[in-house]
Write a protein that binds this ligand. Sequence first.
Ligand SMILES: Nc1ncnc2c1ncn2[C@@H]1O[C@H](COP(=O)(O)OP(=O)(O)OP(=O)(O)O)[C@@H](O)[C@H]1O
Ligand SMILES: [Mg+2]
Length: 255
Amino acid sequence: MPGPAYNPRVSTDLRVENLEKEFRMGDQCVAALRGIDLSIEQGEFVALMGASGSGKSTLLHLCGGLDAPTAGLIEIEGHDLAKMSDRERTLFRRKRLGVVFQAFNLLPTLTARENVALPLLVAGVKNGQSADKTDKLLDSVDLLHRADHRPDALSGGEQQRVAIARSLINDPVLILADEPTGNLDSKHGAAIWRLLKELCKTQKRTILAVTHEAAGAAYADRVLVLKDGLLVGEIKPRGEDDAALVAARCQELAG
Ligand SMILES: Nc1ncnc2c1ncn2[C@@H]1O[C@H](COP(=O)(O)OP(=O)(O)OP(=O)(O)O)[C@@H](O)[C@H]1O
Ligand SMILES: [Mg+2]
């Protein structure tokens, strides 16, 4: 009798359990996250919505190992972030994660092309070997024609697209993006959401993206809604044109 069919284990890329984050400033204490549980499978595209101050960026920063939680667990590909040393966490982030911040953090003295290539250069890849990949990514965010310009010669939206290209240069397994289209017009915004979706579906990348835009969240497989540091619900868009449903459900859940 033949053995059981090969059944590749569906790996959970990101697992968060009972995550809490308090910010203390003198006597004051802000409970930014108050017990978050979530699990994202490999190849899943998850959007995170919620009012300003609900804890979205805090959650993303913790998942990227950029700040430590007050309590709770974060595992990426089975690795517990809290069990890594600072150096291990930095190397892990460099190799496995792609992070797009709310502030783009481009280096002002480098051109767009150099900014995108920087993570590869830091990782020791030779300039010549990174050129092709860098230009492909710049092209995918519609900026190849501005490759030699420095950030101060680019608009806010263009800088944002450079930052997105940079976050993808190391072929990250997990992409954490904080309002990646916040500065973009609807045409370039839609192009970024399509690019992110494509990365998930064709290359099995996992994405957690914060957004205020229902039109962007509609590209995701699931939309998680955060309110006052707690996850209050989940929306499953039926397709990219489902922005109206996403907006209405999000309003119901978080409003
Ligand atoms: N470093 C910090 N020190 C003190 N409080 C902080 C700090 N960072 C965030 N907070 C507080 O934690 C809460 C959540 O902030 P967070 O930045 O995660 O919100 P957000 O959902 O990303 O909001 P937005 O949509 O405006 O970006 C807010 O009340 C914020 O003021
Ligand atoms: Mg934020």
